[in-house]
Design a protein. Structure first.
Length: 272
């Protein structure tokens, strides 16, 4: 089925999306972003830990009449990332957009959280930003510019009620890492921004968050109630922000950490 592009905001650009798969049925943030970029005219490289996850999203894009390729890569392994990035650069000739959407939550404060999981959170949530930037930046510098969109979290700047110490810490680091990238490479035509999703209804929350509640229904109701707009967002809300930040409409925006949270960052929410 051919789907018409929305506005051609990304026509002629190539995007590499890390974390383009989904934790389960439905639309995760990375999956939606990959499809949204394609619908705006970009060629998409879908990268995920599993070949199936990457190919599933790429197949959706191709079925809509757009161009996509799929590669598996482990964002905790620099060589794996460099192999995928090299293949994408060979296929597309350039990489204009780097989108990072990989993250994990480990429940527990310092007392409950074992050191292995704390280190794993740093390696995945923050290390992925370092490794993908290390692999992609040389291509952007060679081609005269690009846009980086990192997916952080409202947890980077607010306590959101869940006891995940490592997630708060690593997502806060992603925010400042994004600012560092933006400032260091501004004169080379590279912009870097991050999105801080608030409470978003994606497959990940059912896999990683639902255990904090008595039931899935209780989780959904509680999360909806915490948002000033009265409901959780969707992956498409995050994807729309990503498209804007990656497009030339945001050509004078860099170093920004943008909440996509239904106003939650502005409110004093119920403390759980």
């Amino acid at each position: 089925m051919r789907v018409e592009t929305v506005s051609d905001r990304l026509r002629g650009k190539s995007a590499i999306v890390f974390g383009a798969g989904s934790r389960g049925p439905g639309w995760g943030n990375g999956k939606a972003a990959a499809v949204a970029y394609a619908r705006e005219g970009a060629r998409i490289a879908c990268i995920d830990l599993t070949p199936h996850g990457a190919e599933e999203t790429a197949a959706i894009i191709r079925a809509e009449g757009f161009e996509a390729i799929a590669h598996a890569a482990d964002v905790t392994d620099l060589a794996s990332i460099q192999t995928a990035v090299g293949a994408v650069a060979d296929a597309f000739g350039r990489i204009d957009i780097l989108h990072n959407n990989v993250g994990v939550t480990h429940m527990g404060g310092p007392v409950e959280l074992d050191e292995d999981n704390f280190k794993a959170a740093i390696d995945l949530n923050l290390g992925s930003v370092y490794r993908t930037a290390k692999a992609v930046l040389p291509h952007m510098l060679q081609d005269g510019g690009g846009a980086i969109v990192n997916i952080s979290s409202l947890a980077a700047i607010r306590y959101v009620g869940y006891p995940y110490f490592a997630y708060y810490a690593t997502k806060a680091a992603v925010n400042q890492a994004t600012v560092a990238l933006a400032m260091q490479y501004a004169r080379q035509g590279i912009r870097a921004n991050c999105i801080m999703p608030g409470l978003i209804d994606t497959p990940m929350i059912y896999a990683q968050i639902s255990g904090q509640y008595a039931s899935v229904e209780e989780m959904v109701a509680a999360r909806n109630a915490m948002v000033p707009l009265g409901h959780m967002g969707t992956a498409w809300d995050v994807a729309a922000a990503a498209v804007f930040l990656a497009s030339d409409e945001a050509k004078f925006i860099t170093g920004v950490c943008l909440p996509v949270d239904g106003g939650q960052s502005c409110a004093i929410a119920e403390f759980r």
